[in-house]
Every structure is written in structure tokens, then in C-alpha cells.
Design a protein around this ligand. Structure first.
Ligand SMILES: C[S@@+](CC[C@H](N)C(=O)[O-])C[C@H]1O[C@@H](n2cnc3c(N)ncnc32)[C@H](O)[C@@H]1O
Length: 284
């Protein structure tokens, strides 16, 4: 029987040979997941032999990752903002960059207020943005909308796991269409598909080969979904609109927001210094 630390080293070598960017870290994650232990335990138990049954649990996980399937789909969960979210195949894995959008939304909803604030999260995916906001602000009421079934099922599972059923409605449809016209929306928030179609094939394999095109493909220049969403979002939001943007897209989105009549249009950078969010406000 092979000691745990040797399995870890072999797994790391295999993942490196498959081009995985952080092979040691991911080997630890997969091993800990297979054995249902914390990563630290791998080192505390480094010389304990792994049984054949345990190896049989690990092998298919490593094989999946070797084919560049997203790690979060294999583990079934991902950390996002203060949450541990479920993510299933077919659902975009929420990125740390998107936490910037959550922080910008939270900055506009004062803590401790009790009047309900209505937020539409358009293209909710795993539910990440809306659920992070709802968790941080008790007065938030969220419409989580997606056009595809896998994200809707994933969001519903996360809503249930977080006990947010009373404050989050999960709706299927195009952009803001599922929200009846008589319902108030304060903020429209979205991380829409924004990668220019021709750039998709150049993305890392997890993106180009695995993650759903419908979550990523923003048309010829990457701006197609913003152009559809923003006019209605500006019309319907009482307070404003915040969107995540891709590299070099912010000036276009800023201009579009200003043309549509939003004011105080500002941007926010992600932790890597890339402009990631454009936010505009309704004139008072
Ligand atoms: C980039 S992903 C964002 C997912 C999630 N909000 C996040 O940040 O992790 C875009 C999502 O928008 C959904 N989507 C694409 N077009 C849509 C449309 N016209 N109406 C509603 N949702 C749409 C996709 O199914 C996908 O889940």
C-alpha cells in the first residue's frame, strides 16, 4: 500500500503533466475530497497507507481534472465571498473577480437598514452574486434569473442550503422578462456573458472546452448582452445598475449607461487592478 504523501506527489506530477496551473494545491484538494478530510490532515497523516478502496475513490477525480474539467465541478463546491456554494457541471464557476461586483452592491445598501431593497441578479449562474448580497444584507430581496436550467437548479439548491427561500425568488427567463412589470426593482445587477466569440477558443481548456458557451459568449464584440439588458435595466431599476465587465469593455459600458441617462457612472477594479465593475445611478 502506498503512503498518502506518495499518492499526493504522484497526483501532483500527473496534474502538472496535464498543464494544471497549481498542481500541488489541486492534488491536495482532490485527495482531501476523496478521503473526506481537511487538507491539513494530509500532512498530519502523511505516512499512513492508502487502501485500494481509497485509491479507487481518488482515481476518477484525478482523471476528470486531468481532462481539465473545472476543479469546482469535481469538488462540488467553491468558496465565494463569505459563502461556500454548490456548483454543478453546466454552471459557470463563480470567480473571485466577481466578488468586486458584490462589494460594490453592498456599498450601496447601508448596513442595518430595514426597508426592503429589491435586487435583480440577471444571469444568476450558481446564484453567487444575489446570494452573497442576501446573506450580507437582511433587507435584501433578490430575484435570481437565468435562462438555462442547470444554473437555475444550482441556484435553487444554494438558496435551500442557505435557508434564503423567503428572500430569494429563482426565476427562469430572458434577462428581466420574468419579473412582472408591477414589481419594484431597486438595483439591477449582472455578470453577463461577455467574452467575444472569437476569443473563446483561446481561453484555458476549463473555459473553452467545459464551461457553458451560453454563460460566456458575448457575441462578436462581447457587448451583445449588455446592449440588450441595459435599456430595460435602466428603465426598470429605481436606484441603479451594476455590471461586471471584461477587459477593455468598461469605456463602452460607461458610454452606454450615460447615453441611457444614468448618472454618477463609476468603475471599480478587481484585486488584480483590472476594471471589473461599471455602476450607474438613476438621477434623483
Ligand atoms: C457569466 S455567467 C454568470 C453567473 C453568475 N452570475 C456568476 O457571476 O458566477 C452568465 C449567466 O447568464 C446566463 N444567461 C445568459 N444569457 C441570458 C439571458 N438572456 N437571460 C438570462 N440569463 C442569461 C447564463 O446561463 C449564465 O448562467
Amino acid at each position: 500500500m502506498i503512503p498518502l504523501v506518495d499518492v499526493l506527489t504522484r497526483t501532483e506530477g500527473y496534474l502538472r503533466s496535464r498543464g494544471i496551473p497549481s498542481p500541488r494545491y489541486e492534488a491536495e484538494q482532490l485527495l482531501a475530497h476523496a478521503l473526506e478530510i481537511q487538507r491539513l490532515q494530509i500532512y498530519l497523516q502523511h505516512d499512513r497507507p492508502m487502501s485500494d478502496e481509497e485509491l479507487a475513490l481518488l482515481r476518477p477525480l484525478v482523471a476528470r481534472r486531468g481532462k481539465r474539467e473545472p476543479l469546482a465541478w469535481i469538488l462540488g463546491t467553491v468558496g465565494f465571498h463569505a459563502l461556500e456554494l454548490q456548483v454543478t457541471p453546466g454552471v459557470l464557476v463563480p470567480r473571485p473577480d466577481t466578488e468586486t461586483l458584490v462589494d460594490e452592491v453592498l456599498a450601496r445598501i447601508p448596513e442595518g437598514e430595514t426597508d426592503p431593497v429589491y435586487i435583480a441578479d440577471v444571469g444568476c449562474g450558481s446564484g453567487a452574486i444575489g446570494l452573497a448580497v442576501a446573506t450580507a444584507r437582511e433587507n435584501a430581496r433578490v430575484f435570481s434569473i437565468d435562462i438555462a436550467d442547470a444554473p437555475l437548479a444550482c441556484t435553487r439548491a444554494n438558496v435551500a442550503a442557505l435557508g434564503l427561500e423567503k428572500r430569494v425568488a429563482v426565476l427562469k427567463g430572458n434577462l428581466l422578462d420574468p419579473i412582472p412589470p408591477n414589481r419594484v426593482i431597486d438595483w439591477v445587477v449582472s455578470n453577463p456573458p461577455y467574452i467575444p466569440s472569437k476569443d473563446l477558443t483561446e481561453c484555458e481548456p476549463e473555459v473553452s472546452q467545459w464551461e457553458p458557451k451560453g454563460a460566456l459568449d458575448g457575441g462578436r464584440d462581447g457587448l451583445a448582452v449588455y446592449q440588450q439588458l441595459l435599456p430595460t435595466a435602466v428603465e426598470r431599476a429605481r436606484k441603479g445598475v451594476l455590471v461586471e465587465v471584461g477587459i477593455r469593455q468598461a469605456p463602452h459600458i460607461k458610454r452606454l449607461m450615460l447615453e441611457l441617462g444614468l448618472v454618477d457612472v463609476t468603475t471599480a477594479n478587481d484585486l488584480g487592478g483590472v476594471v471589473r465593475v461599471v455602476a450607474g445611478h438613476k438621477p434623483s
